[in-house]
Design a protein around this ligand. Sequence first.
Ligand code: GLN
Length: 464
Amino acid sequence: MTIEDCLNSDRERLIEESLERIKTIDPLIKSFITVAQEVALKEGPYKGIPIAVKDNITTKGLRTTCASKILENYIPPYDATCVKRLKDYGFAIVGKTNMDEFAMGSSTERSAFFTTRNPWNTQCVPGGSSGGSAAAVASGQVIAALGSDTGGSVRQPASFCGVVGFKPTYGLVSRYGLIAFASSLDQVGPITKSVRDAALIMDIIAGRDPFDSTTVRRKIDFLSQLEEDIAGMRFAIPEEVYEYEQLDEEVAQRFDEAIKLAEKLGAIVQRVRIPTMRFAVATYYVIAPAEASSNLARYDGVKYGLRVEENGLKGTYMKTRNIGFGEEVRRRIVLGTFTLSAAYYEAYFNKAQKVRMLLSKDVNQVLEKFDAILTPTSPVPAFKIGSVSDPLTYYLMDVFTVPANLVGIPAISIPFGFAHDLPVGLQIMGKRFEDAKVLRIARSFEKKSSYNENGRIPIPVVRI
Ligand code: GLN
């Protein structure tokens, strides 16, 4: 069911139905860390429509853990701006979804609590880090959800679970109340059952916020051109996609079909080179941990969150952080502290910033001549839980998603068929602030994809 379907149904029943479905299905999927005890029916145009929020976005009075032991009992005294806006429109938050701890990961296996399962095959990961949100939407437990995307965490789980995931232009959605991972890359984005629903949510959550000075004052019309066609548009296909060694064959086939569909819809498709794309993952894994190491310094056992007493102040700091943070988070803090240290700053952090600039230049140059860049969202479909243990292999899977964060441009993942019986996502990236155009292109694909019935994306059969 989409938001639009809800508008024509009995609003009084929707929350109850969602809570019932959570009760029957979620023991199998495990998308929620916290389910709200009481969900009030609030007035507004979207009154009573049940949604979920990733557990790194603050919700007043509702526990927000970041899937970390260090925040296990944290109850925020305030709503994130995006949450507040959705509530003001009547949306009902039924729970907080599982994720990789502090959003560091691509599978939810890095949650301090448990791993979420993919509704299409419960042996597989749902992707991450917003895996709980994507799985909850795909399995029909909620109508839509919020996620956060620092290097792909909205788009990749959306692609693994066969739903829509949109990362807006950096600065469009307020980060106030989003627990910081890497502040120059983080954006909140919607995970939905349709492109129109993503546009509807963007229309509510986007906009200037005095509590986040990186938000811009810009009015974007997300909805009025959504149904317009894409004839005459120009799409770029980076050669680098095909040069990526781990590209799954069936994912590549779906991608080729998407290109053919684009041509059928009257678009002009051309191969391009974006040479610096090869360095995107390396650049991301210097910049993101560096910013994270600085952002996570606040969890010290003194101000809030977990506190484990040990000899003296330093002992307490160390013990708290050692017990409170999981392995991946500690790895990133060590990495970040190292690349920011006086001796290595020039060699790593500063170098990465320069490469980020070069990548931005390359990508923006392509977007001067083209309306969008197309790639698969992920080189592989969902993998088996526990099957990827080497951190480097794990990081490399982010190849296609991290460029959009480094450059700050909008990018969407929409379902485009299956590989090995698991969903595949098509990624569309556009120019900064051309979020509405990206959504419109996505809508054209959604409407005409032979994998969708009547322009609608299929729903998994969750076996209970
Ligand atoms: N997978 C990437 C990482 O581990 C991206 C995470 C994200 O977007 N939050 O950092």
